[in-house]
Structure formats: structure tokens, C-alpha cells
Write a protein that binds this ligand. Structure first.
Ligand SMILES: Cc1ncc(COP(=O)(O)O)c(C=O)c1O
Length: 321
């Protein structure tokens, strides 16, 4: 737990307990409130630090991860950064397997934190900065090969309950505490679906009338059941055109929203300029989706979103050009 009033034992304890901030400027002409969970303030500058800690601590508790055993994971950079921090502190070698389509800052940061980073070529027709489901399949093949070669523990973020549990036990309950339970809706741009699934389960358990919405890229809204017209989009960290996400519970989904690259980008810039919150594309996508909700189905309501990662991770892209 983050605690300014005491000395923490390691950076792992500084994960979570992030602030919740009202976006009064972005919402100024709208009926309703946007509350943003500043998870880009975690030690690795993303919400995925939370799942790194939970997956590793769950595996240690279950005995599936032995002291000093190598950890491997497929990552768009954020889970890998979290794992590099947690594994570094706990003494596990960590191998991050990532598509070359993700921004270079991510690979550099993981290396700086002691990870071995293996970059996987994109498909011939893919573009840098746009990681498709097909690109991800290649990364998955490499990850599986390295796990077998090194008898490693796979910190499988798409399947392991630790991803769900991190948000069910912490992110969701933190938001409920910070709002006093006074929230009407939540929406989240989905990658593995861990954040959505964990928070939605915590919220619905507290009050089943809290509405939970999934956010997807406009041309790759497979969870909404739409055909994929453009699997390459710029919202890094999710929107992988995977219709079957093992951690997702459809009974907690109240609706699906789509956001274009342009709107995600515009809202990330608005977050920075108007609210002083320096975040990435997916946080912009979340804010764009909330604006749609406040103008439509959730007029007058209080809606929570996560600020998924830091804008520092996109300095090499044209997000801040
Ligand atoms: C920047 C960013 N946004 C959104 C997500 C999606 O979060 P989740 O995997 O919990 O659905 C991720 C996941 O890696 C991410 O890195």
C-alpha cells in the first residue's frame, strides 16, 4: 500500500492507492462528473504494476513460482515494466517478449529495470505503433518457446486470476472508498480485460446498478460483435480483436463504446493541457468514451475511468508532436 506517512519496505509497496481526480475542466460544459484514477503514478508509470505484483505474489503463495526462477511474459510494455520492478526486487530474472510495433521507450525502460527484452518483428503488412492481433500471435509463439527453453514461470496476463484479482481486490475497492460508493458508471479500454473484469466485479458486488462499459477501437470492436474493419489502430495496450478474453465476464457488461484513434489522441492531449494529467492513448480513449456517455445514456451521472499509463511512454510518437 502507498503510504506517505510511513517508510515502505520496497517499491512494490508503492504500487496502488493512486489518487482519484475530478476532471472539472474537460467536463465543464457537460451535465455530470468524470473521475480519473491516476494509475499512471504507479512506480512503473502504469496500472499494470498492480497485476505484476498480484500475479507474482499469487504464484509464490501457490508454489508455482520458485525462488530465483525465471519469469517470462508477453507484454505491450506496461505489464513487462511492472514485472521488471517486482521481479527485480524479489530476485527473479525476467524476460519481456514484445512486438516491435510498441514504442521504443517501453523496451528501454524494461531494460533499465533489469529485464531481458526480446523484440518480435511485426507482420509484413503491419505498421509501427499499430500492434494487431496477428502481431500478437507472433509474440505469443516466441513467449511460449522461451518459457519451454528456460523452464520459466509464465506470468500469463490473459489467463491468470492475479490480473483479475489485482483490480477486484484493490483498484475497484480503492475507487469505492474514494467516492464513498457514489459512482454511477465505469468505462474501460480493454486489452486483457483484467481491469474491466476486476473493477466491474467489485462495483457490481457493491451496487449492481453501477453501469460498466467496455471501450474498443472503432475498427476492431469484436467484443461488441462488430466485424473488424481495421485491426491496426494506435491505441496501444488493447483492442487486439480477440473475441474470447478468458478473464471477462459478459454478465457484467452493460454496453460497448467505440473510439477512433483521432478522438483518443485528442482526449489524451486535452487531459495533458486542460487537466495537467500526462497520459497515453488508451487513457484518452477512456475519456472520449466518457464524453459520449455524458452526452447520451449517462447524462448527469458520475463516471469513473482509469488513467492507464504515462504520456512519457509515447515521447517518440506523434502524440505530443
Ligand atoms: C496503456 C494500456 N491501456 C490499457 C490496457 C488494457 O488493460 P487491461 O489489460 O486490464 O484490459 C493496457 C494493458 O496492457 C495498457 O498497457
Amino acid at each position: 500500500m502507498r503510504g506517505s506517512e510511513r517508510v515502505l519496505g520496497s517499491a512494490i509497496e508503492a504500487i496502488g492507492e493512486t489518487p482519484l481526480v475530478k476532471l472539472s475542466r474537460i467536463a465543464r460544459n457537460l451535465d455530470g462528473a468524470i473521475l480519473a484514477k491516476l494509475d499512471h503514478l504507479n512506480p512503473g508509470f502504469s496500472k499494470k504494476d498492480r497485476i505484476a505484483r498480484q500475479i507474482i505474489e499469487d504464484a509464490e503463495a501457490q508454489g508455482s513460482l520458485k525462488p530465483g526462477q525465471t519469469v517470462v511474459e508477453l507484454t505491450s510494455g506496461n505489464t513487462g515494466t511492472g514485472l521488471a520492478i517486482v521481479c527485480g526486487v524479489k530476485g527473479h530474472p525476467f524476460v519481456a517478449v514484445m512486438s516491435k510495433g510498441n514504442s521504443a521507450e517501453r523496451a528501454r525502460m524494461m531494460s533499465a529495470l533489469g529485464a531481458e527484452v526480446i523484440l518480435v518483428d511485426q507482420m509484413p503488412d503491419s505498421r509501427p505503433g499499430q500492434v494487431s492481433g496477428e502481431d500478437l500471435k507472433r509474440v505469443e509463439e516466441q513467449a511460449q518457446r522461451i518459457v519451454a527453453e528456460r523452464a520459466a514461470f509464465r506470468a500469463d496476463q490473459f489467463r491468470l486470476a492475479g490480473n483479475f484479482r489485482a483490480h477486484y481486490l484493490h483498484t475497484g475497492p480503492e475507487i469505492l472508498r474514494q467516492t464513498g460508493g457514489a459512482l454511477d458508471a465505469f468505462c474501460d479500454f480493454v486489452g486483457t480485460g483484467g481491469t474491466f473484469a476486476g473493477c466491474a466485479a467489485a462495483f457490481k458486488e457493491h451496487n449492481p446498478s453501477i453501469l460498466c462499459f467496455i471501450v474498443e477501437p472503432e475498427g476492431a470492436a469484436v467484443l461488441a460483435g462488430k466485424p473488424v474493419s481495421d485491426p491496426s489502430h494506435r491505441i496501444q495496450g488493447g483492442g487486439y480483436s480477440m473475441a474470447d478474453l478468458p478473464l471477462l465476464r459478459r454478465e457484467h457488461v452493460d454496453g460497448y463504446l467505440q473510439v477512433s484513434d483521432e478522438r483518443a489522441l485528442t482526449c489524451a492531449r486535452r487531459l495533458a493541457r486542460e487537466e495537467g494529467i500526462f497520459a497515453g492513448f488508451s487513457s484518452g480513449a477512456n475519456v472520449a468514451a466518457v464524453l459520449d456517455l455524458l452526452r447520451g445514456r449517462c447524462k448527469g451521472k458520475t463516471i469513473v475511468v482509469t488513467v492507464c499509463d504515462s504520456g512519457l511512454k509515447y515521447l517518440s510518437t506523434d502524440l505530443w508532436a
